[in-house]
Design a binder for this molecule. Structure first.
Ligand SMILES: Cc1cc2nc3c(=O)[nH]c(=O)nc-3n(C[C@H](O)[C@H](O)[C@H](O)COP(=O)(O)OP(=O)(O)OC[C@H]3O[C@@H](n4cnc5c(N)ncnc54)[C@H](O)[C@@H]3O)c2cc1C
Length: 378
């Protein structure tokens, strides 16, 4: 067990004189640390994460470098306004450009494969509604992507990939996919080269603000004072600040065994973005399905959900990999931070506490810029 008190050496070398502390070593927290150090080169910047490596969403996501399929955007417009939806789309696009510049497309294993939205045969009317909207969305986002036709019908992809029960396919030409593990590894390398210290495997259990800064209490009983705190703990932020407008939700992922001569190349969405799949190393990664058990998946606990796993396997069998032998080789879940609005929260919470949370389902796109923006508030 840890000692309840740090030694003199531990306190003076590791805990004293922390100028900026960040809770959360995901894409947001790590990028925030990098930009805090760029802004204040003399500052002592530390990042705390309760995971052995980041343990929320950044190392557990699907690696879609995406900013919106037509059906998801249409759904968003119904729950918000068109101007807010395009504002968020622009932030995602800009966020991806920022990530590419910070890390480099090569280091991310970025593949500009396009993002494809598929519609099942029994979604015929829904597909027609989405197809009719293509010219409108193309015109509205031309100034963001620089493309005349970001979205287009792409029926060829259905045959080429061997999908079954699919009626229509819309390509988003400006989307792609990347490797989330390599993304986080690259961010950690940049942060380490700048002298940023990471404390992993330790949970921050309470925070309390005073005029001079913020006191952090750790799960091992230690406490220490920091000048500024950035909370980048996304879905888990409510544990420390219970009144935040945020909830934790879980998302499931399955990866198949290797498939010989796999014809499926690219990143695919279905049903308003609730289902997604892609190829990776001759395998298929498939995930989502949260809408099948919204109540059960509103949780900050990792774990599996058999209703959703069965639905994902059924989708593999009937649509994605019909007539193909495969097994499921790995499964995991990650935790998202969502709210009634899809806009992330990037704001000062109080004198010494800044929030950079509620990234939703497209935090790979939003995350690096949000981390940077948070440091502009301190
Ligand atoms: C299964 C899944 C698939 C996804 N697919 C995509 C995708 O393809 N494309 C896309 O753009 N987005 C995707 N997302 C969303 C995206 O991954 C997230 O929005 C993004 O990673 C959030 O980053 P973050 O840094 O804000 O949070 P996180 O990566 O969740 O980091 C928060 C960190 O805070 C730590 N923490 C929490 N509480 C404490 C505490 N009290 N003390 C210490 N540490 C703490 C956690 O351990 C965690 O590491 C997906 C998410 C999931 C779960």
């Amino acid at each position: 067990m840890y000692s309840a008190q740090p030694s003199y050496w531990e306190r003076t070398s590791f805990l004293d004189n922390v100028d900026i502390a960040i809770i959360g070593a995901g894409i947001v927290g790590t990028t925030a640390a990098i930009y805090a150090k760029k802004k204040y080169p003399q500052a002592r910047v530390v990042v705390l994460d309760r995971g052995f490596i980041a343990s929320g969403a950044s190392t557990k996501n699907a690696g879609f470098a995406c900013f919106g399929s037509i059906s998801e955007l249409m759904d968003d417009v119904e729950h918000s306004s068109e101007s807010l939806v395009f504002e968020l789309l622009a932030a995602r696009y800009e966020g991806l450009e920022h990530l590419f510049k910070l890390i480099g497309k090569g280091a991310l294993d970025y593949n500009p494969c396009g993002g494809y939205e598929l519609f099942k045969k029994d979604e015929y009317l829904f597909a027609q509604e989405c197809i009719e909207k293509i010219p409108h969305f193309n015109k509205s986002i031309k100034s963001i992507t620089g493309l005349e036709e970001t979205y287009a019908l792409d029926t060829r992809k259905i045959q080429e990939s061997g999908f079954q029960n699919i009626n229509a396919c819309i390509i988003n030409r400006a989307e792609g996919m990347l490797h989330p593990g390599k993304m986080m590894q690259a961010l950690y390398t940049i942060a380490a080269s700048m002298g940023i210290q990471f404390f992993n495997g330790i949970e921050v259990t309470h925070i309390s603000e005073s005029t001079n800064g913020v006191e952090l209490g750790l799960a091992n009983g230690w406490q220490f004072q920091v000048g500024e705190l950035i909370m980048a703990n996304n879905g888990f932020a409510k544990q420390l600040l219970p009144n935040l407008a945020l909830k934790a939700v879980r998302n499931q992922v399955l990866v198949t065994s290797k498939i010989k001569d796999l014809d499926i190349q690219g990143s695919f969405h279905m049903f308003k973005g609730y289902y997604y799949f892609r190829n990776i190393d001759s395998r298929i990664l498939i995930g989502g399905g949260r809408h099948l058990d919204m109540k059960g998946e509103t949780t900050k606990s990792f774990g599996s959900n058999t209703i959703i796993e069965d639905a994902l396997i059924n989708l593999l069998d009937t649509v994605v990999l019909p007539r193909t032998d495969y097994t499921i080789e790995s499964t995991w879940s990650g935790i998202l931070g969502v709210g009634s609005s899809k806009q992330p929260i990037c704001e000062k919470h109080s004198e010494h506490i800044t929030l950079a949370i509620r990234l939703g389902g497209m935090g790979v796109a939003l995350g690096s810029l949000l981390g940077k923006n948070a440091t502009e508030l301190i």
